[in-house]
Design a protein around this ligand. Structure first.
Ligand SMILES: Cc1cc2nc3c(=O)[nH]c(=O)nc-3n(C[C@H](O)[C@H](O)[C@H](O)COP(=O)(O)OP(=O)(O)OC[C@H]3O[C@@H](n4cnc5c(N)ncnc54)[C@H](O)[C@@H]3O)c2cc1C
Ligand code: FES
Length: 277
């Protein structure tokens, strides 16, 4: 098996604009694709003049495969927010990027029969397609999976049809009410949970940090199991620079906290471990 921290040159197979500011880039390395589990991420470094020096982290969105179903690579879904993502969005098939990964831990696959609610805020949708595919492969019924997807406005909703095609029950919340309920991912999540039995539900959340903190508190309040995929500024991605440290509740002192590294100990953390001030 390849060194997991090796930086490998990978060709771009496709780069598609899927919504304003949102792109899916397909990268052609089947070996990396096959090794990747849902929730994991890659450090992607662009080559060439004008590209940022530091790599940028992106979750696996999906696998790509050939007509026989063989994995030929992996896809990342991203929103253009700065120099790195802008440069990535301009790549064309045949260009190359340097990839380290897959890195980090993974979402756990839910027990069959549990009610699974995915809470996605904006580009937080990115890691959930791979998660849904892997869960279905492991025997979870798509009928048990719901997606509570919040976005600023209807035009920024991406991949919703692909989730629905897999049999997932997709609900929307938008800030301006142009799709689904007017409100936030958290409002929709609360509505979806309803007054049901906490033991039957498991929540997976991905999105901006304030949303994840609110989901963590909701899970604790209701006694619901939850997993959150966290974002942090990353320099190395391999537990060397400490730039991605976050606070988690200390197991020794429940009122206190300790540091964990998002790149090594995460990016997936349990809702009960996240320290919220
Ligand atoms: C484990 C992990 C997985 C990620 N997966 C995805 C993904 O699948 N799709 C996706 O679109 N994005 C993802 N991100 C965030 C992505 O890495 C950043 O958007 C990207 O690095 C921005 O690079 P840039 O050069 O375009 O922006 P920069 O010029 O570096 O920054 C532009 C703006 O974005 C903010 N920003 C940059 N990086 C982050 C970050 N890590 N967290 C929060 N804010 C940030 C900056 O504060 C600044 O306001 C992930 C981050 C992590 C840590
Ligand atoms: S990104 Fe360097 S330690 Fe996590």
């Amino acid at each position: 098996m390849a060194d997991r921290f090796a930086k490998i040159s990978v060709p771009v197979l496709a780069n598609e604009k899927v919504a304003p500011e949102h792109y899916v880039t397909t990268l052609g390395d089947g070996e990396i694709g096959r090794r990747t589990r849902p929730g994991q991420f890659y450090q992607v470094r662009l080559k060439g003049h004008g590209a940022p020096f530091l790599p940028r982290p992106f979750s696996i969105f999906d696998w790509s495969s050939d007509a026989l179903g063989e994995v030929t690579g992996f896809k990342i879904l991203y929103r253009v927010v700065g120099r790195g993502t802008a440069a990535l969005s301009m790549l064309a098939p045949g260009d190359e990027v340097a990839v380290t990964g897959p890195l980090g831990n993974t979402f756990s696959i839910p027990e069959p029969g549990k009610r699974v609610i995915l809470a996605a805020g904006g580009i937080g949708i990115a890691p959930f397609m791979a998660f849904v595919r892997a869960s279905i492969d492991k025997g979870v019924s798509p009928k048990d999976i719901e997606l509570a997807y919040g976005a600023r406005t209807r035009s920024l909703v991406v991949a919703a049809d692909a989730f629905a095609a897999l049999g997932v029950d997709v609900g929307f919340a938008t800030d301006d009410g142009t799709l689904g309920m007017r409100g936030t991912t958290l409002d929709l999540l609360r509505e979806r949970i309803g007054a049901g039995d906490a033991d039957e539900v498991v929540i997976y959340a991905s999105g901006p940090t304030p949303m994840l903190e609110a989901v963590a508190l909701l899970c604790r309040e209701r006694g619901i199991a939850g997993e959150l995929t966290l974002e942090a500024r990353m320099v190395c991605g391999i537990a060397v620079c400490n730039s991605c440290a976050i606070r988690v509740i200390s197991p020794e002192d429940p009122g206190g906290w300790e540091y964990k590294l998002v790149c090594r100990d995460g990016p997936v953390f349990s809702a009960k471990s996240l320290y919220v001030e």
